[in-house]
Design a protein around this ligand. Structure first.
Ligand code: FRU
Length: 731
């Protein structure tokens, strides 16, 4: 008799173990969450049981068939809740405040299916505005598109991070596994196991948000702590929620996969960047989001570094990053995640420069790499509660520009006046000092400072440059390529400049104020330090209105080589596109033609949107000629010896109004004028007479690839035209 009992006991033991194993193996995925609600009831099945409080009528439903199987496969229990748009749940701050996530790790998971999609449908919120929200996941309908959006508030950036995914229309009303995770460096949004958005994301989750965690709703602002009667809901979700879970850590790939019912994560679901209709194809743009000034331009060990003012949405203006791109040839850029990011104490990263400390004067060197030192304005704004008012700080790299560490004795120049900013540092071989120029935020003043070690800066003098503010460039350059004839070039953000002498203490201008660029989209230029062959390479931000439907905003000019050359009028800046543009050359066409108003259009065969066009035009028998580029016109007036550019802009496109896009004097030499024209999808850069005058402007191209060369008299033109390949081929 004993044996059957033994067998039965053994069988029961094995059976219950099996049951326990199977029923926990799936929820086991949720076990290490701080809270997980699979919605069989109001209980939290992980952590401390942050039990939900139900608001309004909710319906717990048993999923059936495929929906049940999918739920179970994705870590759920086959049960879901239906919210009818007037019901939701509150989880408060958790049983023990554990939903107030702190630190550098967080993961949010929601499995849901929408019934109807309204303008804004919150799924999981601990919300507020940019400056006080903690985290949220929501559906957002905008201009006919539906996005899944995840947001994370962080005081380190004075705002919130946003990741989003545009849901294809046929999937609006399907089940989706939404997973957002953040590890203090990067944040990622996975939809159904596929990576759909990511972003360099610094800081820690904002941990003082007093709003309760809501599921299926969001509170209206302002939210009043403690007195729930004073608060009302501003939007709700209508549909099914199978599971919501929150972790105070960045969960593993395996977990993301199993929560999404996938065997393996897919990282190839990001939007196809760089091919968009208005994406410049050989001018630098950020992969997505806003950029402005070029920063920290430095060449080191085979690589050009291009940092840039970078700002994703939902940040306070003070809290910009130095976004980062690298290139071997100034033409093909790769945006890398190694940003220089806001510093907790010193605030955001405004414009500045970088040098290679070849002699280790700073003593920052630790290994074999020379230190690279970045000079950054802390964009602090105490009136808004962010950091101290604009000071000059340094961050240094001892690994060749991969990572940067803030100097522990910052600032190296304390605030002198207002929002003084934009330190540009160069090496002065004559005084054997580093020279720093700084916009003083007072009239048109730039302060000059010197240092032997890049840490201790001595004020030298102040120089004023009429009509100019922000982003100085101040550096020695040879005249006519002769290094025994050095002059100093001083320019400001709008491209106005003077050339003169610098005695190690004061600068004496020797020219009138001139302009480096006559175009309408040119600002905040900077030159590369430590360039390999002594070239002075220059790039500027092209401020423009956003182009419709583009994930990025703003672009850079094409890099140019800048030189000082003697002209009858005095020493002038010349700029020509860097020679590496030839790395993009595709087909070449060359011809020489005499053209009249009756001639066939010699540019009729141009059918591309990217060109490098060189023309030498003899205009002795004409009063003018025109070059038409996709609806915009370059006009040369041989009588006034002026070049002008005009056409539709992104702003005027709807009315097709032609806008003045720049005008410049361009002298004839022996009756001839030389033009070099770079055409990209949204820019035209015109270099007249070997770079003596330059116009950089953005335009709105017409759809047709239409080009023409016309004249009112008779011209003789020598042309060399290269169509260009996209620089983004490899991305
Ligand atoms: C110029 C500028 C700089 C400042 C930066 C902030 O465009 O205003 O003076 O450092 O932008 O992004």
């Amino acid at each position: 008799m004993r044996k059957p009992i033994c067998y039965l006991a053994a069988f029961l033991f094995l059976f219950t173990s099996f049951l326990l194993f199977t029923s926990c193996s799936k929820p086991g995925v949720l076990r290490d969450a701080v809270a997980a609600w699979p919605f069989s009831d109001l209980n939290d099945q992980a952590g401390l049981n942050s039990q939900l409080r139900q608001q309004g009528a909710v319906q717990f439903v048993d999923l059936t068939g495929d929906e049940k199987r999918a739920s179970e496969n994705d870590g759920g229990d086959g049960k879901a809740v239906y919210l009818d748009g007037s019901s939701w749940f509150s989880a408060g701050q958790g049983a023990n405040g554990e939903l107030n996530i702190t630190g550098k790790g967080i993961t949010l998971f929601v499995r849901m299916k929408a019934d109807t999609i309204k303008e804004y449908s919150p799924l999981l919120t601990k919300s507020g505005n940019d400056q006080n929200m903690a985290y949220s996941i929501a559906l957002h309908k905008e201009e006919g598109d539906v996005y899944i959006e995840a947001m994370l508030g962080s005081d380190d950036i004075g705002g919130a991070h946003l990741l989003k995914y545009r849901v294809p229309k046929e999937e609006w009303l399907k089940w989706h596994d939404i997973l957002f995770r953040f590890n203090g460096k990067i944040s990622e949004l996975y939809i159904d196991g596929v990576l759909r958005d990511n972003e360099v994301t610094v800081g820690e989750t904002r941990d003082w948000n007093h709003q309760p965690v809501l599921i299926g709703a969001q509170y209206k602002l302002p939210y009043t702590s403690g007195d729930s009667a004073k608060n009302s809901i501003e939007s709700t979700f209508k549909g099914w929620i199978d599971c919501v879970a929150i972790w105070n850590q960045y969960v593993t790939d395996d977990k993301v996969a199993s929560l999404s019912g996938a065997t393996q994560l897919k990282n190839d679901g990001l939007p196809e960047y760089y091919k968009e209709k208005y994406r410049p194809q050989f001018h630098f743009t950020a992969r997505k989001n806003w950029l402005n000034d070029p920063n920290g331009l430095v060449y080191y060990n085979g690589t050009y570094h291009l940092f840039f003012q970078y700002m994703p949405p939902h940040r306070h203006g003070a809290y910009k990053d130095w976004g980062h791109a690298i290139s071997k040839d100034l033409v093909h850029w790769e945006q890398v995640p190694q940003h220089i990011t806001p510093h907790k104490v010193w605030g955001g990263c405004w414009s500045g420069s970088a040098i290679v400390d070849l002699n280790n004067a700073s003593r920052f060197q630790t290994g074999s790499e020379k230190p690279i030192i970045a000079f950054i304005t802390n964009g602090g704004s105490p009136d808004d509660g962010f950091g101290p008012k604009c000071t000059q700080c340094i961050a240094y790299s001892t690994d060749g520009g991969e990572t940067f560490t803030y100097y522990d004795q910052n600032p190296v120049i304390k605030n002198i006046n207002g929002s003084n900013r934009d330190p540009k540092v160069v090496w002065d071989p004559k005084s054997r000092k580093f020279i720093l120029s700084l916009y003083m935020d007072k009239d048109n003043d730039y302060g000059l400072f010197s240092s032997a070690d890049c840490k201790n800066w001595e004020y030298l003098s102040t120089v004023s440059l009429k009509g100019v503010t922000e982003c100085p460039g101040f550096q020695p350059l040879p005249v006519d390529g002769d290094t025994s004839k050095m002059k100093w070039l001083l320019f400001g953000a709008n491209g106005h400049y003077v050339v003169g002498s610098f005695n190690g203490k004061t600068f004496t201008p020797e020219t009138d104020v001139q302009t480096i660029d006559y175009g309408k989209n040119f600002y905040a230029a900077q030159t590369w330090n430590n360039s390999p062959d002594g070239r002075c390479i220059h790039i500027a931000w092209m401020p423009t209105k956003p182009y419709p439907g583009m994930p990025f905003e703003q672009q850079m000019t094409f890099p140019t080589e800048l030189s000082l050359q003697t002209t009858p009028a005095g020493i002038r800046v010349f700029r020509t596109p860097v020679k590496e543009i030839s790395n993009l050359y595709d087909k070449e066409v060359k011809w020489q033609k005499t053209l009249t108003s009756q001639s066939e259009n010699p540019l009729k065969d141009l059918t591309n949107d990217l060109y490098d066009i060189s023309l030498e035009v003899d205009v002795r028998k004409a009063a003018s000629f025109n070059i038409m580029v996709r609806g915009a016109t370059i006009h040369y007036d041989a009588v006034r010896q002026m070049i002008s550019f005009g056409g539709p802009t992104v702003d005027s496109a709807k009315t097709s109004r032609s806008i003045n896009l720049g005008e410049a004097p361009l002298r004839l030499a022996n009756g001839k004028v030389k033009l070099r024209i770079l055409v990209d999808r949204t820019t035209v850069e015109i270099y007249g007479n070997d770079g003596q005058v330059v116009l950089s402007s953005c335009f709105m191209p017409e759809e047709a690839m239409s080009y023409a060369l016309t004249t009112d008299g008779e011209i003789n033109a020598v042309a060399r035209i290269h169509s260009l390949k996209s620089a983004w081929g490899g991305h």
